[in-house]
Design a binder for this molecule. Structure first.
Ligand code: ADP
Ligand code: MG
Length: 150
């Protein structure tokens, strides 16, 4: 895909399922704002940077993020949704706030999880992969191999 990809929209309420319990809340973008991505990317986990507007003390702050582009059960799995986990400890929720993101690269395909433990483990691996390789949109073969072993 033609990275970087730019996304922007108002943070939507999702099903409220699991995200926070798993220690990994994901801010959902509105459906109409993800076309720049869903038209050129397959489902999976991606990385980049994002910022949220209208939070005091946060104005203009840019945070690393990992993002899931996945099939939405609400639409009988016929539509993709984009959910962004920002690597920052926010003091409160920010539903309704404007969010902007730049997607820089792909981490792994979308997976079906049978256990919470497996999911949590993978999210942690995604964050480690990001911290190590995230700022390089064109990693070398060595780096990709190492990433696969994380
Ligand atoms: P929902 O299904 O409504 O998206 P989540 O459990 O995924 O519920 O929580 C997402 C919400 O949590 C976001 O919309 C945002 O308001 C809040 N939030 C707090 N911290 C973060 C963070 N670091 N990254 C993403 N969202 C966060
Ligand atoms: Mg969410």
């Amino acid at each position: 895909p033609p990275f970087p990809i730019f996304l922007a929209g108002v943070v939507q309420r999702g099903f409220g399922r699991g995200g926070k319990d798993l220690g990994c809340p994901t801010a959902n973008l509105p459906d109409e704002s993800i076309t720049p991505m869903s038209s050129v990317c397959k489902p999976g986990v991606y990385f980049g940077y994002a910022q949220v507007y209208g939070l005091s003390g946060q104005e203009g702050k840019v945070h690393p993020m990992v993002m899931s582009l996945g099939w939405n059960p609400f639409y009988k799995n016929e539509r993709l949704t984009a959910e962004i986990h920002l690597m920052h400890d926010f003091k409160s929720d920010f539903y309704g706030n404007d969010m902007q993101a730049v997607v820089l690269g792909y981490i792994r395909p979308e997976l079906d999880y049978t256990s919470r433990e497996a999911l949590i483990e993978d999210i942690d691996a995604d964050k480690r992969a990001y911290m190590k390789f995230g700022v390089d949109p064109n990693p070398t073969n060595d780096a990709l191999e190492e990433r696969a072993l994380l």
